[in-house]
Design a binder for this molecule. Structure first.
Ligand code: PMP
Length: 351
C-alpha cells in the first residue's frame, strides 16, 4: 500500500475469484466454468477475425453481438448493451444507479461482487436477509429506496424466483430500478427479458461465461429500456469506449448464433447436476434445490474448509464461504460426467 492511497481503499479486500492454477492439472469445480469448449462456430469466426481486422480498433457499439441478442429475443438493438463480461456491466450499473440516498439493495446471501463493487465505488448498500432455507421473499423489498440487484437464479444458493414474483417486485415501485442478474438462467429457467417491454424499471444482465463456454473471452450483455441503456452507454463511453476486443466480439456473436450447441451443453450439465444431487443426498449432504451449473452442499461430519482441503489434496478444486449463514456449505461447479464421477469417488474416500 502506498502512502498516496485514500482512506476508503486502505485494507480493502477485493472480490475473491476461484483459484486459477496454471501449473497443475486440477479438476476445476471452483469457478462455475463450463466443462465444454465453445461452439465450433466460435473457432471459425475467431480465426477469420484474426486474419481480417486485428490492426483495427474494435467496434465500440458491439453491433454484431447486439444484433444476435436482438434477433434472439425479438427486441430492438437500442434496448441492448454489451461489454467485457457481466461484472463490468454490474459495475457500471452500481455507479450509474447507486449513490447517496440511493443504496443498492441485495440479498444477504448472494453474489459477493455486488458488495465489493459498492465498497470500491463508495456506493451505499443494504443487505436484505433471505428467509429460512435461503428463500427470497419479494415482499421484503417493499418500501426500500434505491435500486435492487438480484441474481435469478440466486448465487450461490441456486434458488429461483418465478416471473410472477419478479413482476410483483417490479410493480412495487416503478420508480425504482430492479437489476436481475441472469448469469445462470440458461440452466432450465425462464428469462425475464420479455418483461423489459412492459417495465422500464427492469435491467436484465446476462453473461456468455457459463452456458456459452466463453469465460475467458469476457462477454456480457444487458437488456433494458432505451433510456437505461443510454445511461450505461454514457458511462462506457467515458471510461472505456472500445472495451471488447475484436476477437471476443467475434467469439460472442458466433456463440449466440449456435443456440443448438449451447442447449446441448446445458442439457448435459443439468443431467449431471440432477444425478449428483441425488448421489450427494444419499451420502448425507444437505443441498439446496439448485437450478444452476453448481450445487450448494453441506457435507455431513466434516467442516466445509476441511472437505475442500481434502479434495484439493486429491486434485479437485471447489469453493467454500467463510461468511455467516453459508459457512457450513461448499459450492461445487458441475463439470463433465467423468469429472463428477471422479469427484464423487474422492468424496466417498474422504467421508
Ligand atoms: N453474476 C453472477 C451471479 C455470477 O456468478 C458471475 C460469475 N462469477 C457473474 C455475474 C460474472 O460473470 P462474467 O464472467 O460475465 O463477469
Amino acid at each position: 500500500m502506498s502512502r498516496f492511497l485514500i482512506d476508503r481503499f486502505q485494507g480493502m479486500e477485493g472480490y475473491q475469484l476461484g483459484e486459477q492454477p496454471k501449473n497443475r492439472e486440477y479438476i476445476k469445480l471452483n469457478a462455475n466454468e463450463s466443462p465444454f469448449p465453445p461452439s465450433p462456430l466460435v473457432l471459425a469466426s475467431v480465426t477469420g477475425e484474426l486474419q481480417r481486422a486485428q490492426r483495427l480498433y474494435p467496434d465500440p457499439a458491439c453491433t454484431e453481438i447486439r444484433r444476435e441478442v436482438a434477433r434472439l429475443y425479438g427486441l430492438p438493438m437500442e434496448k441492448i448493451f454489451c461489454d467485457a463480461g457481466s461484472d463490468v456491466i454490474l459495475g457500471y450499473a452500481i455507479q450509474a444507479f447507486g449513490g447517496r440516498g440511493c443504496p443498492v439493495c441485495f440479498p444477504d446471501v448472494t453474489y459477493n461482487f455486488y458488495k465489493v463493487c459498492c465498497r470500491t465505488f463508495g456506493v451505499p448498500f443494504h443487505e436484505v436477509p433471505l428467509r429460512e432455507d435461503f428463500q427470497l421473499a419479494v415482499e421484503d423489498y417493499r418500501g426500500r429506496r434505491g435500486c435492487v440487484f438480484i441474481p435469478n437464479p440466486n448465487a450461490p444458493t441456486g434458488l429461483t424466483l418465478t416471473l410472477e414474483q419478479i413482476e410483483r417486485l417490479l410493480a412495487q415501485d416503478r420508480d425504482r430500478l430492479v437489476l436481475i442478474d441472469e448469469a445462470y438462467v440458461d440452466y432450465g429457467n425462464e428469462s425475464c427479458i420479455p418483461l423489459t417491454v412492459q417495465y422500464d424499471n427492469l435491467l436484465v444482465v446476462h453473461t456468455l461465461s457459463k452456458a456459452y463456454s466463453l469465460a475467458g473471452a469476457r462477454v456480457g450483455f444487458a437488456v433494458g429500456s432505451e433510456a437505461v441503456i443510454k445511461d450505461l452507454n454514457a458511462l462506457k463511453d467515458s471510461f472505456n469506449p472500445d472495451s471488447i476486443s475484436t476477437l471476443s466480439h467475434a467469439a460472442g456473436a458466433a456463440a449466440l448464433r449456435d443456440q443448438a450447441y449451447m442447449r446441448r451443453c446445458v442439457g448435459a450439465v443439468m443431467e449431471t447436476r440432477d444425478w449428483l444431487k441425488e448421489e450427494l443426498r444419499a451420502l448425507g449432504f444437505t443441498l439446496t434445490d439448485s437450478h444452476t451449473s453448481f450445487l450448494l452442499a453441506s457435507p455431513k461430519g466434516i467442516s466445509a474448509p476441511e472437505y475442500a482441503k481434502k479434495l484439493r489434496e486429491r486434485g479437485i478444486l471447489i469453493r467454500y464461504y467463510p461468511q455467516p449463514r453459508i459457512d457450513g456449505y461448499v459450492r461445487i461447479s458441475i463439470g463433465s460426467r467423468e469429472q463428477m464421477e471422479h469427484f464423487l469417488q474422492a468424496t466417498k474416500e474422504i467421508l
